[in-house]
Design a protein around this ligand. Structure first.
Ligand code: SF4
Ligand code: SF4
Ligand code: SF4
Length: 326
Protein backbone atom coordinates (compact mmCIF):
# COMPACT_ATOMS: atom_id res chain seq x y z
CA UNK A 1 0.00 0.00 0.00
CA UNK A 2 1.30 3.45 -0.89
CA UNK A 3 1.98 5.90 1.98
CA UNK A 4 -0.76 8.28 0.78
CA UNK A 5 -3.34 5.48 0.51
CA UNK A 6 -2.36 4.16 3.95
CA UNK A 7 -2.85 7.60 5.55
CA UNK A 8 -6.22 8.03 3.78
CA UNK A 9 -7.46 4.66 5.05
CA UNK A 10 -6.15 5.33 8.56
CA UNK A 11 -7.81 8.75 8.60
CA UNK A 12 -11.19 7.39 7.51
CA UNK A 13 -10.96 4.60 10.13
CA UNK A 14 -10.12 7.21 12.82
CA UNK A 15 -12.94 9.54 11.74
CA UNK A 16 -15.44 6.68 11.73
CA UNK A 17 -14.28 5.71 15.22
CA UNK A 18 -14.60 9.31 16.46
CA UNK A 19 -18.14 9.57 15.08
CA UNK A 20 -19.13 6.29 16.73
CA UNK A 21 -17.76 7.36 20.12
CA UNK A 22 -19.35 10.86 19.89
CA UNK A 23 -22.72 9.35 18.97
CA UNK A 24 -22.48 6.92 21.88
CA UNK A 25 -21.60 9.77 24.25
CA UNK A 26 -24.51 12.05 23.26
CA UNK A 27 -26.94 9.12 23.30
CA UNK A 28 -25.99 8.55 26.97
CA UNK A 29 -26.86 12.15 28.08
CA UNK A 30 -29.71 11.32 30.41
CA UNK A 31 -33.09 12.99 30.92
CA UNK A 32 -34.07 14.78 34.14
CA UNK A 33 -35.13 12.42 36.92
CA UNK A 34 -38.91 12.44 37.44
CA UNK A 35 -40.64 13.29 40.75
CA UNK A 36 -41.14 10.20 42.93
CA UNK A 37 -44.74 8.99 43.02
CA UNK A 38 -44.87 9.34 46.82
CA UNK A 39 -42.59 12.38 47.12
CA UNK A 40 -42.90 14.39 50.33
CA UNK A 41 -42.49 18.14 50.29
CA UNK A 42 -43.66 21.54 51.43
CA UNK A 43 -45.47 24.49 49.86
CA UNK A 44 -44.27 27.91 50.96
CA UNK A 45 -46.78 30.67 50.16
CA UNK A 46 -44.93 33.96 50.60
CA UNK A 47 -48.21 35.92 50.71
CA UNK A 48 -49.24 34.08 53.91
CA UNK A 49 -45.89 34.56 55.63
CA UNK A 50 -45.88 37.21 58.37
CA UNK A 51 -42.14 36.96 59.02
CA UNK A 52 -42.60 35.72 62.59
CA UNK A 53 -39.68 33.24 62.24
CA UNK A 54 -41.45 30.58 64.31
CA UNK A 55 -40.26 28.17 61.60
CA UNK A 56 -36.64 29.26 62.08
CA UNK A 57 -36.89 28.83 65.85
CA UNK A 58 -38.58 25.42 65.55
CA UNK A 59 -35.98 24.25 63.01
CA UNK A 60 -33.25 25.04 65.53
CA UNK A 61 -35.14 23.25 68.28
CA UNK A 62 -35.75 20.10 66.18
CA UNK A 63 -32.13 19.97 65.05
CA UNK A 64 -30.57 20.83 68.43
CA UNK A 65 -28.96 24.03 67.17
CA UNK A 66 -28.79 27.19 69.31
CA UNK A 67 -30.43 30.35 67.90
CA UNK A 68 -28.17 32.96 66.28
CA UNK A 69 -28.33 36.03 68.54
CA UNK A 70 -26.41 39.16 67.65
CA UNK A 71 -27.94 41.49 70.24
CA UNK A 72 -28.67 40.85 73.91
CA UNK A 73 -32.13 42.44 73.90
CA UNK A 74 -33.60 40.40 71.03
CA UNK A 75 -34.29 36.84 72.18
CA UNK A 76 -35.56 35.49 68.83
CA UNK A 77 -33.28 34.02 66.13
CA UNK A 78 -31.47 36.75 64.16
CA UNK A 79 -29.90 34.61 61.42
CA UNK A 80 -29.88 36.53 58.15
CA UNK A 81 -28.77 33.73 55.87
CA UNK A 82 -28.09 30.02 55.78
CA UNK A 83 -24.86 29.07 57.53
CA UNK A 84 -23.26 26.31 59.55
CA UNK A 85 -25.58 27.45 62.35
CA UNK A 86 -28.81 27.81 60.36
CA UNK A 87 -30.72 25.43 58.06
CA UNK A 88 -33.79 27.60 57.52
CA UNK A 89 -34.05 31.36 57.27
CA UNK A 90 -36.66 34.00 56.40
CA UNK A 91 -35.35 36.74 54.12
CA UNK A 92 -36.98 40.04 53.18
CA UNK A 93 -37.44 41.79 49.83
CA UNK A 94 -37.91 45.56 50.13
CA UNK A 95 -38.51 48.31 47.59
CA UNK A 96 -38.83 52.10 48.06
CA UNK A 97 -40.94 52.97 51.09
CA UNK A 98 -41.56 49.24 51.76
CA UNK A 99 -45.09 50.17 52.89
CA UNK A 100 -47.21 47.53 51.11
CA UNK A 101 -46.93 43.80 51.79
CA UNK A 102 -46.42 41.61 48.71
CA UNK A 103 -45.99 44.56 46.37
CA UNK A 104 -42.97 44.82 44.08
CA UNK A 105 -43.11 48.64 44.12
CA UNK A 106 -42.82 50.44 47.49
CA UNK A 107 -43.47 47.08 49.08
CA UNK A 108 -41.96 44.16 50.92
CA UNK A 109 -42.25 40.38 50.88
CA UNK A 110 -40.83 37.41 52.75
CA UNK A 111 -38.99 34.47 51.27
CA UNK A 112 -38.04 31.22 53.02
CA UNK A 113 -34.66 29.68 52.32
CA UNK A 114 -33.95 26.05 53.12
CA UNK A 115 -33.19 22.96 51.06
CA UNK A 116 -35.57 22.66 48.10
CA UNK A 117 -35.22 18.86 48.04
CA UNK A 118 -34.65 18.83 44.29
CA UNK A 119 -36.23 16.11 42.16
CA UNK A 120 -32.85 15.65 40.40
CA UNK A 121 -30.43 16.97 43.02
CA UNK A 122 -27.09 18.43 41.93
CA UNK A 123 -25.62 17.85 45.41
CA UNK A 124 -26.26 14.10 45.14
CA UNK A 125 -24.86 13.95 41.60
CA UNK A 126 -21.51 15.57 42.48
CA UNK A 127 -20.89 13.82 45.81
CA UNK A 128 -18.07 11.28 45.20
CA UNK A 129 -18.84 9.12 48.24
CA UNK A 130 -22.68 9.12 48.35
CA UNK A 131 -22.71 11.20 51.53
CA UNK A 132 -25.58 13.11 49.88
CA UNK A 133 -28.47 10.74 49.17
CA UNK A 134 -32.01 10.91 47.88
CA UNK A 135 -34.60 8.64 49.44
CA UNK A 136 -36.02 6.41 46.66
CA UNK A 137 -39.57 6.65 48.06
CA UNK A 138 -39.97 10.14 49.56
CA UNK A 139 -37.38 11.99 47.44
CA UNK A 140 -35.99 13.60 50.62
CA UNK A 141 -32.31 14.56 50.20
CA UNK A 142 -30.14 13.92 53.25
CA UNK A 143 -26.49 14.40 54.13
CA UNK A 144 -24.64 11.58 55.92
CA UNK A 145 -21.77 12.91 58.01
CA UNK A 146 -20.44 9.40 58.75
CA UNK A 147 -19.22 8.96 55.15
CA UNK A 148 -18.62 12.62 54.16
CA UNK A 149 -14.97 13.35 53.31
CA UNK A 150 -15.44 17.14 53.51
CA UNK A 151 -14.66 17.80 49.83
CA UNK A 152 -17.55 20.33 49.68
CA UNK A 153 -18.46 19.42 46.09
CA UNK A 154 -22.11 19.54 47.19
CA UNK A 155 -21.76 23.26 47.98
CA UNK A 156 -20.76 23.85 44.35
CA UNK A 157 -23.31 21.41 42.90
CA UNK A 158 -26.33 23.08 44.54
CA UNK A 159 -27.97 25.85 42.48
CA UNK A 160 -29.57 27.31 45.64
CA UNK A 161 -26.39 27.66 47.71
CA UNK A 162 -27.97 25.47 50.40
CA UNK A 163 -25.25 23.17 51.81
CA UNK A 164 -23.18 25.13 54.31
CA UNK A 165 -20.03 24.22 56.19
CA UNK A 166 -19.37 24.58 59.91
CA UNK A 167 -16.26 26.72 59.46
CA UNK A 168 -16.16 27.61 63.17
CA UNK A 169 -15.79 23.97 64.20
CA UNK A 170 -12.45 22.11 64.04
CA UNK A 171 -14.44 18.97 63.10
CA UNK A 172 -16.85 20.94 60.90
CA UNK A 173 -19.48 19.20 58.80
CA UNK A 174 -21.83 20.00 55.94
CA UNK A 175 -25.12 21.39 57.26
CA UNK A 176 -28.42 21.47 55.40
CA UNK A 177 -32.16 20.94 55.97
CA UNK A 178 -32.84 17.18 56.04
CA UNK A 179 -36.64 17.59 55.97
CA UNK A 180 -36.49 16.71 59.69
CA UNK A 181 -35.85 13.09 58.79
CA UNK A 182 -32.19 12.41 59.55
CA UNK A 183 -30.99 9.77 62.02
CA UNK A 184 -32.09 10.69 65.51
CA UNK A 185 -34.86 13.04 64.35
CA UNK A 186 -36.94 10.99 61.84
CA UNK A 187 -40.11 13.07 62.12
CA UNK A 188 -41.38 11.96 58.69
CA UNK A 189 -40.73 8.25 59.38
CA UNK A 190 -42.68 8.69 62.63
CA UNK A 191 -45.67 10.09 60.72
CA UNK A 192 -45.07 13.67 61.89
CA UNK A 193 -44.84 16.76 59.73
CA UNK A 194 -41.72 18.92 59.45
CA UNK A 195 -40.95 21.20 62.38
CA UNK A 196 -41.26 24.38 60.32
CA UNK A 197 -44.70 23.42 58.95
CA UNK A 198 -45.90 22.43 62.43
CA UNK A 199 -44.81 25.75 63.93
CA UNK A 200 -46.04 28.03 61.15
CA UNK A 201 -49.13 29.86 62.51
CA UNK A 202 -50.53 30.92 59.12
CA UNK A 203 -49.98 27.85 56.93
CA UNK A 204 -47.39 29.77 54.89
CA UNK A 205 -45.28 26.62 55.23
CA UNK A 206 -47.55 23.72 54.42
CA UNK A 207 -46.46 20.07 54.59
CA UNK A 208 -47.64 17.10 52.52
CA UNK A 209 -47.18 14.98 49.43
CA UNK A 210 -45.73 16.80 46.42
CA UNK A 211 -48.75 15.76 44.34
CA UNK A 212 -51.26 17.29 46.75
CA UNK A 213 -49.16 20.38 47.41
CA UNK A 214 -48.88 20.92 43.65
CA UNK A 215 -52.68 20.60 43.33
CA UNK A 216 -53.12 23.13 46.17
CA UNK A 217 -50.66 25.54 44.53
CA UNK A 218 -52.50 25.23 41.19
CA UNK A 219 -55.83 25.83 42.95
CA UNK A 220 -54.44 29.08 44.36
CA UNK A 221 -53.17 30.12 40.91
CA UNK A 222 -56.74 29.77 39.58
CA UNK A 223 -58.32 31.90 42.35
CA UNK A 224 -59.40 35.48 41.59
CA UNK A 225 -57.67 38.26 43.49
CA UNK A 226 -60.02 39.66 46.15
CA UNK A 227 -62.15 36.56 46.65
CA UNK A 228 -62.07 34.73 50.00
CA UNK A 229 -60.23 31.40 50.27
CA UNK A 230 -60.02 28.96 53.15
CA UNK A 231 -56.28 28.38 53.58
CA UNK A 232 -55.23 25.08 55.26
CA UNK A 233 -52.55 24.92 57.96
CA UNK A 234 -50.21 22.04 58.88
CA UNK A 235 -50.47 18.99 56.59
CA UNK A 236 -52.35 19.60 53.33
CA UNK A 237 -53.79 16.05 53.55
CA UNK A 238 -55.10 16.42 57.12
CA UNK A 239 -55.04 20.16 57.97
CA UNK A 240 -54.99 21.17 61.67
CA UNK A 241 -57.16 24.16 60.85
CA UNK A 242 -58.19 26.57 58.10
CA UNK A 243 -58.31 30.33 58.02
CA UNK A 244 -60.17 32.61 55.64
CA UNK A 245 -58.22 35.26 53.82
CA UNK A 246 -58.59 37.51 50.79
CA UNK A 247 -56.75 36.07 47.80
CA UNK A 248 -53.77 38.19 46.67
CA UNK A 249 -52.68 38.80 43.08
CA UNK A 250 -50.46 35.73 42.70
CA UNK A 251 -47.71 35.56 40.09
CA UNK A 252 -48.81 32.67 37.88
CA UNK A 253 -45.66 30.74 38.63
CA UNK A 254 -45.13 27.75 40.88
CA UNK A 255 -41.43 27.68 41.69
CA UNK A 256 -40.27 24.08 41.67
CA UNK A 257 -42.75 22.77 39.12
CA UNK A 258 -40.05 22.65 36.44
CA UNK A 259 -36.96 24.63 37.56
CA UNK A 260 -33.81 22.53 37.10
CA UNK A 261 -35.97 19.41 36.90
CA UNK A 262 -38.31 20.53 39.71
CA UNK A 263 -38.22 20.50 43.49
CA UNK A 264 -40.26 18.82 46.22
CA UNK A 265 -40.41 22.13 48.11
CA UNK A 266 -42.62 24.49 46.09
CA UNK A 267 -42.88 28.28 46.43
CA UNK A 268 -45.61 30.72 45.32
CA UNK A 269 -45.65 34.48 45.69
CA UNK A 270 -47.05 37.84 44.58
CA UNK A 271 -43.54 39.14 43.94
CA UNK A 272 -41.48 37.71 41.08
CA UNK A 273 -38.93 35.13 42.12
CA UNK A 274 -35.94 36.97 40.68
CA UNK A 275 -36.75 39.80 43.11
CA UNK A 276 -36.97 37.25 45.91
CA UNK A 277 -33.44 36.14 45.05
CA UNK A 278 -34.14 32.84 43.33
CA UNK A 279 -31.43 31.89 40.80
CA UNK A 280 -32.11 31.96 37.04
CA UNK A 281 -32.62 28.28 36.14
CA UNK A 282 -33.76 26.47 33.02
CA UNK A 283 -35.80 23.27 33.02
CA UNK A 284 -32.84 20.87 32.63
CA UNK A 285 -31.22 19.73 35.86
CA UNK A 286 -27.49 20.39 36.14
CA UNK A 287 -27.13 16.74 37.20
CA UNK A 288 -28.60 15.42 33.93
CA UNK A 289 -26.32 17.66 31.84
CA UNK A 290 -23.18 17.03 33.93
CA UNK A 291 -23.66 13.26 34.04
CA UNK A 292 -24.16 13.22 30.24
CA UNK A 293 -20.97 15.23 29.62
CA UNK A 294 -19.08 13.12 32.15
CA UNK A 295 -20.16 9.96 30.36
CA UNK A 296 -19.08 11.41 26.99
CA UNK A 297 -15.69 12.37 28.42
CA UNK A 298 -15.14 8.87 29.75
CA UNK A 299 -16.14 7.55 26.31
CA UNK A 300 -13.58 9.87 24.66
CA UNK A 301 -10.86 8.56 26.97
CA UNK A 302 -11.33 5.26 25.15
CA UNK A 303 -10.66 7.02 21.84
CA UNK A 304 -6.85 6.53 21.64
CA UNK A 305 -7.24 2.79 22.28
CA UNK A 306 -10.01 2.44 19.69
CA UNK A 307 -8.04 4.55 17.15
CA UNK A 308 -5.00 2.35 17.76
CA UNK A 309 -7.14 -0.71 17.12
CA UNK A 310 -8.31 0.92 13.84
CA UNK A 311 -4.72 1.52 12.77
CA UNK A 312 -3.79 -2.06 13.69
CA UNK A 313 -6.63 -3.39 11.50
CA UNK A 314 -5.44 -1.20 8.59
CA UNK A 315 -1.83 -2.38 8.99
CA UNK A 316 -3.00 -5.99 9.27
CA UNK A 317 -5.06 -5.66 6.07
CA UNK A 318 -2.02 -4.18 4.33
CA UNK A 319 0.16 -7.06 5.52
CA UNK A 320 -2.45 -9.64 4.37
CA UNK A 321 -2.64 -7.94 0.93
CA UNK A 322 1.14 -8.14 0.67
CA UNK A 323 1.16 -11.82 1.70
CA UNK A 324 -1.50 -12.59 -0.96
CA UNK A 325 0.61 -10.80 -3.61
CA UNK A 326 3.64 -13.03 -2.70
S1 SF4 B 1 -31.46 22.53 47.09
FE1 SF4 B 1 -29.29 22.07 46.92
S2 SF4 B 1 -28.82 20.85 48.74
FE2 SF4 B 1 -31.06 20.83 48.48
S3 SF4 B 1 -31.46 18.96 47.23
FE3 SF4 B 1 -31.28 20.70 45.80
S4 SF4 B 1 -29.11 20.60 45.19
FE4 SF4 B 1 -29.28 19.41 47.08
S1 SF4 C 1 -37.92 20.72 57.22
FE1 SF4 C 1 -36.99 20.59 59.27
S2 SF4 C 1 -34.80 20.92 58.89
FE2 SF4 C 1 -35.91 21.64 57.07
S3 SF4 C 1 -36.28 23.82 57.37
FE3 SF4 C 1 -38.09 22.77 58.15
S4 SF4 C 1 -37.67 22.44 60.33
FE4 SF4 C 1 -35.72 22.94 59.37
S1 SF4 D 1 -43.49 30.44 60.78
FE1 SF4 D 1 -44.69 30.72 58.92
S2 SF4 D 1 -45.37 32.83 59.00
FE2 SF4 D 1 -43.74 32.66 60.50
S3 SF4 D 1 -41.88 33.22 59.34
FE3 SF4 D 1 -42.05 31.01 59.17
S4 SF4 D 1 -43.16 30.66 57.27
FE4 SF4 D 1 -43.47 32.82 57.84
Amino acid sequence: MKRREFLKKSLSTGTATLCTVAAAGSAEARENLKPKEDAIGMLYDSTLCVGCKACVYKCKEVNGMPPVQESEIYAWDEARDLSGDTMNVIKIYQDGTAAVKDSEVDGFAFEKRSCMHCVDPGCVSVCPVTAMRQDPITGIVTHHADVCIGCRNCMVGCPYNVPQFEYDDAFGQIIKCQMCNQKGVERIDKGMMTGCAEACPTGATLFGSRTELMAEAKRRMDLKAGEIYNYPRGDVRTPDSFHEKEVPEYKKHIWGETEAGGTNVLHISSVSFDKLGMPPLGDRSAASIAEGVQHSLYSYLALPAVALAGLAITVRRNTDDKEEEL
